[in-house]
Design a protein around this ligand. Structure first.
Ligand code: ADP
Ligand code: MG
Length: 725
């Protein structure tokens, strides 16, 4: 029965030793060679077209048809010179992955002749047959009229044998059906609001860009072993599996030496990533066995997200060549750390200043403090929306588990900055007319020295300040970070807008600018400080403490998602034209549906595995024990000598009975949920009723795994999956 498992183990063990490929040349020789970026454009476009394009991209203005035509022609020639035959509009549907529809460059021009063509119109807009992408009811399926539109801020690239053009995906009526469209709007909103606030400090600031460095955690497993686990294949996670004798207790994997097989894979995908202009920089082991992390240098946020999605795709393809499978799932193994995507985020000006980096000049430090405190206030006021932005079926398995950030959104800033905010809060009204040094009084003259020794990083906080950026750590490993970044940038845009209005009101009343800034900031510290938390975010005490503070702890995904359509959120998104009420309703619906489908598939896989794999195996082994018992009896051995065997048979019977009953009940619960017309209600039923059976079922299966003869057990075991040579 266990032949599949043993065959897979044989294949895995027979893999030749890994060869770490030495790059044949310097990174600078091949970096970005697969990207139609600034350099490629400058060298292929006329200076005039290049200038027009750059100007349009920077200002966000419409690109003229003749410019689009010229770019398309140059892009096509560049791609063809690389042996590329097809192009695709590359987009980010709400399913979380990326999508593409390939078209050939050639056109039939009559007389059986073809010609390589690619017009500006084909570059700018496409109408993929989009009927099977989720639209939450916005687009009539039979109409299938969604279209993709070129995002000239993210350069085209070649991947495989295809030219990929990053695009937004919208419905025929203009509603966003993807992540990129609202993200670009959120980035424009935060640019506008932050630029306005920067005017208090530096009139030369005309643009603020958000930056993102996304650290990506993942697991590597052997492809043959992966394929022998139906649950991994279908859900990306193991629904069963007893913890191995040695897991992550020793914490010896973290920053340990990277196993050669993993390293060979890393070197390969890094070379490909660098060719695509993805500035991948660090790699190391993570806490769990077979878990790793990679991180690029930060970039402009929209580009960083495209790069992260492309990287995931790339890793998947390169892993295949190495006989490996990459797991991005938030919680592929029970009892072992899950995977997240740490979103390092900041704002920086066109004048080259990182707004979250304290400087040596007091005035700039007041600017730092302004952004720092406004961000804390935004997170405080919209914590639930941030929580919603990371809600998914996968992340639900991870958040709140004791080795992952909790579902409570809090901010860690370190003891020194906490002290500084306390000082600001106590400072009272500053009267500069008495000759007081406002910066000294606020304590902002001495930020740099104190930050230098701010090394006590808190790894358990979902949102931590790490010296010159904030790091949002609760984003799921498989998620599109855009979901979280749309919310973060929107709430910060809103907060900065409110802040500026308040400061201007005080200035109009005759207050001095610095004092007005300090006054408003002081009030913010007072009203937002209960979101600050320095302790262990994974502890039980924090859950209690957060409850006392009135911070929310939304554990279930359907409940978390409701925040998207709450009045406060709708107002916010509409005010900054990020998403309309209709779009939010559609998104809410899509995410709930997605949740239902994921839990449904997991539940079905569990049922199948129990009925077709686990129970038959258990019964077979039980029969062996019964046969043994009968044989013993025949030779006269009974009583205390066979007690243990009898006990085992009985225990197994108990588990088998519970399993059969639970699977039947779970199937009934699924039927009941499936017959519920309302999506929200269906999602709730899947969350409470269907998912409620997962743990009890798993408990019995994992116990049986310990009892049944290893030779017979059909599923590849944790110790086998997690072993990386
Ligand atoms: P860690 O100790 O968390 O691994 P690193 O210094 O390696 O921290 O940085 C993690 C990520 O943060 C990297 O991707 C890095 O490029 C990014 N990062 C650094 N500065 C900024 C910034 N100003 N904005 C956004 N991301 C940044
Ligand atoms: Mg980090």
């Amino acid at each position: 029965m266990a032949t599949l498992r043993f065959k897979a183990l044989e294949v895995a063990q027979a893999r030749p030793a890994a060869v770490v490929r030495a790059p044949s040349s310097k990174v600078s020789d091949y970096y970005g060679t697969n990207v139609f970026g600034t350099e490629a454009m400058r060298s292929t476009l006329t200076p005039d077209t290049f200038k027009k394009l750059t100007r349009a991209v920077e200002s966000g203005e419409k690109i003229e048809a003749d410019v689009a035509d010229a770019v398309a022609t140059a892009m096509k020639a560049w791609a063809i010179s690389k042996g590329i035959t097809h192009y695709t509009h590359w987009f980010q549907p709400l399913t979380g992955a990326t999508a593409e529809k390939h078209d050939a460059f050639f056109d039939v021009v009559g007389d059986g002749k073809v010609l390589e063509k690619f017009k500006g119109t084909a570059l700018v807009q496409q109408e993929p047959d989009a009927s099977s992408f989720p639209s939450g009811g916005i687009r009539n399926t039979f109409e299938a009229r969604g279209y993709t539109a070129w995002d000239p801020t993210s350069p085209a690239f070649v991947f495989g044998n295809t030219l990929c053009i990053p695009t937004v995906f919208v419905s025929y009526t203009g509603e966003a059906l993807d992540y990129k469209a609202p993200l670009l709007k959120a980035l424009a909103a935060v640019d506008q609001a932050a630029t306005a606030v920067c005017q208090y400090f530096d009139k030369n600031v005309s643009r603020v860009i958000a930056t993102l460095g996304a650290e990506q955690e993942y697991f590597l497993v052997d492809k043959a072993l992966f394929n022998a686990r139906p649950d991994l294949v279908m859900t990306g996670r193991t629904v069963f599996g007893h913890a191995p004798a040695k897991g992550q207790q020793l914490e010896d994997h973290y920053f340990g030496s990277i196993p050669p097989r993993a390293q060979a894979f890393m070197v390969d995908f890094e070379i490909e990533a660098l060719k695509l202009g993805i500035p991948i920089r660090t790699r190391h082991n993570e806490v769990a066995p077979s878990q790793f992390e990679c991180a690029p240098t930060f970039e402009e946020l929209n580009l960083a997200i495209d790069h992260n999605l492309l990287l995931m795709d790339l890793m998947d393809k390169v892993a295949d060549k190495h006989g490996l499978k990459v797991l991005f799932h938030e919680k592929p193994f029970a009892g072992i750390n899950g995977s997240g995507k740490h979103n390092n985020w900041s704002l920086s000006t066109n004048t080259g200043v990182n707004l979250l980096s304290p400087s040596v000049r007091p005035k700039e430090n007041l600017q730092f403090l302004t952004f720092f405190i406004n961000i804390i206030k935004a997170v405080h006021d919209y914590a639930d929306l941030l929580r919603a932005s990371i809600a998914s079926a996968g992340n639900e398995h991870r958040l709140g588990a004791n080795e992952a950030p909790p579902a409570i959104v809090s901010v860690f800033i370190g003891s020194q900055l906490t002290g500084l905010l306390e000082e600001l809060e106590r400072s009272g009204n500053i009267r500069t007319d008495k000759g007081e040094n406002v910066y000294l009084k606020l304590g902002v003259d001495k930020i740099p020295p104190i930050l230098l020794d701010n090394t006590d990083r808190n790894r358990t906080s979902p949102f931590a300040f790490t010296g010159n950026k904030f790091e949002f750590r609760a984003v799921g490993g498989s998620a599109n970070s855009a979901s979280n970044m749309i919310v973060l940038n929107t709430i910060v845009a809103h907060q900065l807008t409110e802040f500026k209005a308040e400061v201007d009101r005080q200035i109009e009343k005759g207050e001095k600018e610095d004092v007005a800034l300090a006054n408003v900031l002081r009030e913010y510290v007072k009203s937002a400080k209960n979101v600050l938390f320095e302790g262990n975010g994974y502890s039980e005490e924090w859950v209690e403490e957060a409850r006392r503070r009135g911070l929310s702890n939304i554990v279930s995904t359907p409940e978390a998602l409701d925040v998207y359509v709450a009045e406060k959120s709708v107002k916010l998104f509409e005010k900054y034209s990020i998403l309309t009420h209709r779009e939010l309703e559609a998104r809410h619906e899509i995410m709930l549906e997605n949740y239902v489908k994921k839990i449904q598939i997991e539940s079905r896989v569990m049922g199948d595995l129990v009925l077709n794999h686990v129970v038959p195996t258990a019964i077979k082994y039980q029969s062996v024990l019964i046969g043994n018992l009968e044989g013993m009896k025949n030779v006269g051995i009974q009583g205390k000598h066979t007690k243990h065997t009898v006990d085992t048979i009985e225990t197994m019977a108990g588990y088998i009975g519970t399993l059969l009953e639970s699977v039947e009940n779970m199937t009934e619960a699924r039927k009941k949920a499936n017959n519920t017309a309302d999506t929200r209600q269906r999602a709730v039923l899947y969350n409470t009723e269907v998912k409620g059976y997962f743990d009890p079922i798993r408990y019995c299966v994992d116990k049986l795994e310990l009892l049944v003869d290893d030779e017979d057990w059909p599923l590849v075991k944790y110790r086998e999956l997690l072993l990386m040579r």
